[in-house]
Design a protein around this ligand. Structure first.
Ligand SMILES: [Zn+2]
Length: 272
């Protein structure tokens, strides 16, 4: 049985994404457990006896690196965000670090209050985000590398209705932009019409991207506004998608419970 399901999954991944359009919603999407396969390589994250054999955990969160991570629009990177406040090397009874950084640093989530003042005042912070949306079956798709995510691109992806979580991998991953210190404003992302097409024509409630902004630089504010207006779509930015195959996964994202904050670092993993 295990071999049969592995074969099915292998064949499924051979299908071009446009073929997924005829399956609405995709049958495997409602049943994430059918996506379990034998590992191709050891898990990249911590496993324990409680993790079923054959389960692969992919950490799609960027590590926070002092001096080695971009923050926009700075060219100096994230810089020193962690200090050893009390140090055993200096005679303290324990080590105690202090953290200080913009909440939109590294892999993070945007809450509706990020772009709408009335939502900020209304308490639509990261603590109000729906964990049901942040956790569940997700589709990872590759988008065309030569353009931003426009309405035309969105249409060409043929994402079936019923799919609620989609991670968009772009040229940003190929260019390893998140591994550079400088903010690179030539990153790609959603144009306003692409965001509007997604809102109007799909059931997507979680949008994941691979750089610090879901929106392309030219449509930075308008595309954010389109996504956040309904307060039903959650944006997860700067995901680490290097080496991850397109396909269906179980996504698990957990932001910090920062009451009053319009963004938060978030730990995201894919389980396959
Ligand atoms: Zn953000």
């Amino acid at each position: 049985m295990a071999n049969l399901s592995s074969l099915f999954l292998f064949l499924l991944f051979l299908l071009p994404l446009k073929n997924l359009a005829s399956l609405s919603p995709h049958p495997a999407y409602d049943e994430p457990t059918t996506c379990t396969v034998n590992p191709i390589r050891p898990t990249t994250s911590t496993t324990s006896d409680s993790v079923p054999r054959g389960t692969q955990i992919l950490d799609i969160t960027h590590p926070y690196r002092v001096g080695g991570m971009p923050t926009c629009p700075s060219s100096d990177g994230l810089g020193q965000f962690l200090w050893l406040h009390e140090s055993m090397a200096n005679g303290s009874v324990h080590n105690m670090s202090e953290l200080r950084m913009v909440v939109h640093s590294g892999t993070h989530v945007d809450a509706p209050g990020h772009m709408y003042q009335e939502y900020f005042e209304g308490g639509y912070d990261v603590d109000s985000l729906d964990l049901q949306v942040l956790n569940g079956p997700a589709l990872l798709v590759d988008v065309p590398r030569d353009k931003n995510i426009t309405a035309e691109v969105m249409e060409s992806l043929h994402i079936p209705r019923g799919v609620q979580r989609v991670i968009f991998r772009t040229l940003n991953t190929d260019r390893k932009l998140m591994w550079k210190r400088e903010c690179d404003s030539s990153f790609v992302g959603f144009m306003k019409d692409g965001a509007q097409w997604l809102v109007d024509n799909t059931d997507i409630k979680l949008v994941g991207v691979d750089y610090l902004s879901v929106a392309a630089f030219d449509d930075l504010i308008p595309a954010h506004l389109v996504f956040l207006k309904s307060r039903e779509i959650i944006i997860v930015e700067a995901l680490k998608l290097d080496g991850v195959e397109p396909g269906i996964y179980s996504l698990h994202c957990l932001p910090l419970r920062l009451v009053g904050a319009e963004g938060s670092p978030i730990r995201c993993i894919l389980i396959k």
